[in-house]
Design a protein around this ligand. Sequence first.
Ligand code: CP
Length: 311
Amino acid sequence: MSVAGKDIFDVDSLSRKEILQIFQTTKEFKEVLKRPIKKVPALRGKTVCTLFFEPSTRTRMSFEIAAKRLNADIVSFSASTSSLKKGESFKDTVKTLDAMGVDLYVIRHKEPGSPMMLKRYTDAIIVNAGDGFRAHPTQAILDGYTMWEKFGKLEGLNVVIVGDILHSRVARSNAKLLNKMGANVTFCGPKSMMPLGVENYGLEVSYDVHEAVKNVEVVMGLRMQLERQTGGFFSTLDEYNEFYGITPDIMDLAKNSAIFMHPGPMNRGVEVVSKVADSKGSKVEEQVTNGVATRMALLYLTLGGDNNGNS
Ligand code: CP
C-alpha cells in the first residue's frame, strides 16, 4: 500500500506500515531541517492551499513552512476576506480555487466531517487539520513520531491522556493511532469530560490522575477547550487544576524516563503547571519542531514526491 494520492481524513485510513513509512520519512526530513539550507526541491510545481476556518498557530504555520521547505507553492485562503463574505457558496469557492490548480488542501473547520464535505467538490488531495472534536490526524502522527523517536517503538508503551477528552479531537486521533501501533492508552479526566460509550473505545479509563500516571512513559495533557464547552463540566478552573493539573508530584509517579507532552496551546496553571511544561522532561517544543518534519513527510508522500525523484 502507498500513502501517495491518499486523503488524510483521520488515522483510520493509514495502515501500521504506512504510519511507520511516515515516521521514517519524517526522520529523514528532520535531518534536512538541520542543514544550513533547509530546502529540497521535492514538490517543485505542486500547489498547496490552506483553508483555516478556525484559529491556529502551530498547525497552519507548520504546514506552510513544510510546503516551502519542499519548494511547493503555498497559498492561504482567508475566509474572512474572501468572497464567502459576499454570499459565494463553499462549493463555488472550492471550484474557484480548483480552477487555479490546487493539488492539495489542508482544511481546519469547526464542523466534524468538513474535510469529507470538501472532497465532494474537488479531486485534489485533502488533509484534515482538525474538524471539530472529531479528528486531528496530523497532530496524532507528530505525537506518535515524538514518542517513537524518544522510545524507539510504540509497541508496549504506556500513555495516559489527561483532561478534557470529551471535546478533544487530539485525544481521539491519538488513541486510534497509538492503539493501532500497539501502545496501551488510558484516558483520564473528570466523568463529565468523558465521551459517552468511552468504555467501548478499547482503552483504559480512569478518573484518578494519581493512579493513572503510575509507571507510564508518556503523560499527555490536553487543553481545556472552553470554546467548545457549554458549561457545567467543572466548578472552577482552580478546582480542575487541583484535581487534574499535571504537577511535578504527578510526574514523579510516572516512570523515571517519562515525558510530558501537550499539543498546545497550553493553559498554564489549568491543565499543567509551568514547572512541568518547562521541565527537561517536557517535549512540547520538540512536538512543534517535529510538526514541521511530519507535515513535510505527509505532503511529500501524499503528493507522490517519490515520482519527482529529486528529494
Ligand atoms: N495543536 C494544534 O492544533 O495547535 P494550533 O491550534 O495552534 O494549530
